[in-house]
Design a protein around this ligand. Structure first.
Ligand code: ZN
Length: 183
């Protein structure tokens, strides 16, 4: 699938809740996983393939230099066994501590920025097979899930940057927006 670039209004749309996981949704999730892998990303939201739905895919296990931890019922689980993960209608509860790290976004080619976010997050979500799961994420997984759930609500990582960082990227962002309009 083609990845929607910054400037396309769908990136600002709030995703519609998924009431029933149909074959169409399952196929979309599969296509999104493939697209994320091809682009070497750790996450992709439905808005990024042009669909405003509460659906995202995440695979933080591929970034071995940026570790993740995942806990279910207080017990640590192997993130590899849970990846790639499809999040359907996910809800977050943010942890108290913050962390700053470099973030990029497949809808913003060649833009990287330091973003401060809660370092842990509790995630309540449905999986693509219909199961409901609650887990706690640390490290890159926590960051990736927050970035993707932001997308589902029409929020972009540039909204989370310091105003100084955003100002220094202003020219680049304008060029991306212009390129998008010219498509
Ligand atoms: Zn993104």
């Amino acid at each position: 699938m083609e990845i929607v670039q910054y400037g396309d209004p769908v990136l600002r749309a709030k995703g519609k809740r998924i009431e029933v996981i149909t074959d169409e949704i399952r196929q979309l999730a599969d296509a999104m996983i493939e697209t994320m892998r091809k682009a070497e990303g750790v996450g992709l939201a439905a808005q990024q393939v042009g669909k405003a739905l509460q659906l995202a895919v995440v695979d933080a296990s591929v970034a071995e230099d940026r570790p993740s931890r995942m806990f279910i019922d207080g017990k640590e689980v192997d993130i590899k066994e849970w990846s790639p993960m499809v999040l359907v209608n996910p809800e977050l509860e943010y942890g108290p501590e913050k962390a700053t790290d470099t973030e990029g976004c497949l809808s913003f080619p060649r833009v990287l920025a330091e973003i401060t976010r809660p370092s842990t997050v509790k995630v309540k979500t449905q999986l693509i097979d219909g199961r409901f799961v609650e887990f706690e994420a640390h490290g890159l997984l926590a960051r990736a899930v927050q970035h993707e759930v932001d997308h589902l609500n029409g929020i972009l990582f540039i909204d989370r940057m310091s105003s100084a960082a955003k100002a220094s990227l202003a020219g680049k962002l304008k060029r991306l927006q212009k390129a998008q309009k010219g498509r």
